[in-house]
Design a protein around this ligand. Structure first.
Ligand SMILES: [Zn+2]
Length: 289
């Protein structure tokens, strides 16, 4: 199989695809798209590994999403129809022995998605601080795990870049030149700086194909100044489908549109940026094709 594109962050194994999960991997393979399908809790991480084991063009990341480190919203696209009586997913703690077993698969190339997410915290000040502390604890546990098993981090961060940079500066991923990726980066150039200095990669997805929102992230400016060797492409499917699929269920094959947009913003040929991104991805995750 010749890989041409890479979707560095996707959820092809999620219930959102119903019985079409294998078809999603096959449609991607047909046009040379490789992908990392990402777990968010114990159950979805185990499913990610099983899925990756079945498909040549799929690798996996395993970990606990910061939103699941605390009592979180139940998204049926992610978790399927909830079992009564609990519609809310309960907070999970990082189970090191469970993830040690999962990470034995050769298909596991990263730890995550893990990180910080301050977007949906409790209203109550005290509860909010406790939630932040819990997310921080779970993230650090996974960072140490990644360090111990020699894998990069797949980081999810929303509204918390300052705290994230602080944790990473205090807990260096010193064993490697490729400490991980900041997925769906939506911060400013200034916010990107500490992560660039520490060697992190940045993935961009469907949001870069949308018209810029007032007060929203300025992806075009950021992508223009970002060192090209740190840029990766993703879909975060089933969410955030790029133009021209905007508003429909996203899938890994659509990463082609993201690469097209990055080429347009950088003002270089699509083929050059496509090859560069592929090369970056292989380095970032030590993917063995
Ligand atoms: Zn994700």
């Amino acid at each position: 199989m010749e890989l041409r594109y890479f979707d560095s962050h996707t959820h092809a194994h999620f219930p959102a695809y119903g019985t079409e999960q294998d078809a999603v991997a096959a449609r991607a393979a047909a046009i040379g798209v490789g992908m990392i399908t990402v777990g968010t809790r114990k159950d979805t991480s185990a499913a990610a590994v099983a899925f990756a084991e079945r498909h040549k063009n799929v690798w996996a990341a395993v970990g606990v999403h910061p939103g699941h480190a605390i009592e979180s919203f139940h998204d049926e696209d992610e978790l399927g129809v909830p079992t009564e009586p609990n519609r809310k997913a309960l907070g999970e703690s990082f189970d090191r022995s469970f993830f040690t077993e999962l990470a034995k698969s050769k298909k596991v190339v990263a730890v995550g998605e893990c990180g910080l997410d301050y977007f949906r915290l409790a209203e109550d000040e005290e509860k909010r601080e406790a939630q932040k502390r819990k997310q921080r604890e779970e993230f650090i546990a996974q960072l140490h795990f990644a360090r111990d098993i020699g894998k990069p981090l797949m980081i999810h961060c929303r509204d918390a870049y300052r705290d994230l940079a602080e944790i990473l500066a205090e807990n260096r991923m010193e064993h490697t030149e490729h400490p991980g990726i900041i997925h769906f980066f939506s911060g400013s150039e200034e916010e990107a700086k500490p992560f660039l200095d520490m060697g992190f990669y940045f993935t961009f997805g469907g949001a870069i194909t949308f018209p810029q929102k007032k007060g929203g992230a300025d992806y075009a400016s950021l992508i223009k100044v970002m060192p090209v060797e740190r840029i990766l492409s993703e879909t975060d499917a089933p969410w955030v489908a790029p133009v021209p699929y905007r508003g429909t269920r996203n899938e890994a094959a659509y990463v082609v549109e993201v690469v097209k947009k990055i080429a347009e913003i950088r003002g270089i040929s699509e083929d050059i940026i496509r090859k560069k991104i592929l090369e970056n991805t292989i380095a970032a995750f030590n993917v063995r094709i």
